[in-house]
Design a protein around this ligand. Structure first.
Ligand SMILES: Nc1nc2c(ncn2[C@@H]2O[C@H](COP(=O)(O)OP(=O)(O)OP(=O)(O)O)[C@@H](O)[C@H]2O)c(=O)[nH]1
Ligand SMILES: [Mg+2]
Length: 389
């Protein structure tokens, strides 16, 4: 039987110079490292060989020659990586044998330069549309700007969030005019401090405090804007999750790519983080109908994560009735039991599940449980702050 690949999308928003290209090169370099491959037993390659080579070239250029990748303002090509199992054991998680991460860049220039014409306006709208399939959006706050303005960060932070809002305004207006709120939409807008190696003392909580202290109003304006186009605004969190990122340790002498912060969390953030959140919302906020179906339904990435975590997918095929039946509720799509089981995999249980998966050679399940562990560990170390709502 042909196997499926669990596909996750992530959208990265960042102004020019905020570190997007270095981040994606560092991510790819990390994934290609032998250490990573043996830790999670999966082999990540770029789906487009040319793109993969360019990222690797960037990565090697940094680590060997201390050379940064060229600026590529305006380019907005999505990157696609597929992680396949090293070994092809008999026992794999249901009918999945890999994870694909599609990375959407939304160029920073679009935040403060109006489109040069109809053609570019169309391209912006297309890029926005493509990234809507992401569950999570990451907004980069430039750590170099924060460090440069130490003690007086308000100006930069206010301007950044205002720019992001203004940049999205035309796209949003178009959607509002169409009168169709979006069911498929990044529901988690996380803020990430890039270049955090320049702020060695900072924690994710400090970063949140900085944003709230100086830009609460601007963030709220952005939040309101996003709410206006999303179907089911109770299933949206903007600026409630915080992450520290550093693609490498930059010094005058060299670029040390062995020192990264948070880059290993990109896959976990795209795959595991939405699960717990969406289920909590579904239960606590009583999501129904299309919103629940989009977030947790069979076609959602989260359903795939649950399937891998609890090895459920075999049973899915036996669910009677057409897929996506009218108003299929969460429980009709993923059994509530299974969701409960997946969400309750925390702490010791999670580690047990991970060890068990490894022992049984179920590497995909081992990788996904490892992702969940990585999130827990980073949060304990103060590099990640997850919303409690
Ligand atoms: N200290 C430090 N500096 C970084 C880091 N990442 C990027 N930089 C610096 O920031 C510069 C800009 O990073 P890029 O990744 O090219 O920025 P970008 O967001 O792709 O910018 P555009 O392509 O213009 O949109 C780099 O040339 C580095 O000098 C980091 O993790 N730490
Ligand atoms: Mg770039």
């Amino acid at each position: 039987m042909p196997k499926r690949v669990l596909e996750q999308h992530i959208a990265v928003f960042g102004e020019s110079g905020s570190g997007k290209s270095v981040l994606i090169s560092s991510f790819y370099g990390l994934m290609r490292e032998e250490q990573t491959q043996s830790r999670i037993n999966i082999d990540v390659v770029a789906d487009d060989a040319g793109q993969g080579d360019r990222l690797m070239q960037n990565y090697l250029g940094m680590s060997r020659d201390g050379r940064v990748p060229p600026s590529n303002r305006f380019s907005a090509t999505p990157y696609s990586f597929t992680a396949r199992l090293h070994h092809r054991p008999e026992k794999t998680s249901g009918d999945y044998d890999g994870i694909r991460l599609v990375w959407h860049d939304y160029p920073g220039e679009w935040f403060h330069e109006s489109p040069s014409g109809a053609e570019e306006a169309r391209r912006r709208a297309e890029t926005f549309e493509a990234l809507l399939s992401s569950d999570v959006a990451i907004v980069l706050v430039d750590g170099a700007e924060v460090a440069r303005n130490a003690g007086d960060e308000a100006g930069y932070l206010k301007l950044l969030f205002t720019n992001i809002r203004n940049g999205l305004l035309p796209v949003v207006e178009e959607i509002v005019e169409s009168g169709k709120p979006l069911a498929r939409f990044p529901r988690i807008w996380m803020f990430a401090l890039s270049k955090s190696d320049l702020l060695p003392e900072i924690s994710a909580a400090d970063f949140r405090d900085l944003v709230v202290l100086h830009a609460a109003h601007e963030v709220d304006q952005l939040r309101k804007l996003l709410r206006s186009i999303v179907l089911g605004e109770e299933a949206l969190s903007v600026g409630e999750d915080f992450l520290l990122l550093s693609s490498a340790k930059f010094s005058a002498a060299a670029i040390d790519v062995s020192e990264k912060v948070g880059v290993d969390l990109i896959m976990p953030i795209a795959s595991v983080l939405p699960l717990e959140r969406f289920v909590r919302w579904a239960e606590g906020r009583n999501l129904r109908g299309r919103v629940a179906e989009t977030l947790l339904g069979q076609a959602s990435a989260v359903a795939g994560v649950v399937a891998i975590l609890v090895g459920w997918i075999g049973k899915a095929a036996k669910i009677p009735g057409p897929i996506g039946a009218v108003a299929a509720l969460v429980s009709a799509v993923i059994s509530k039991d299974m969701v409960d089981k997946a969400v309750k995999l925390v702490g010791d249980q999670l580690r047990q599940a991970n060890a068990d998966a490894k022992e049984k050679g179920d590497y995909l399940r081992a990788a996904v449980t490892q992702f969940a562990i990585d999130l827990e560990v980073s949060e304990k170390r103060g590099m990640l702050l997850r919303s409690r709502r």
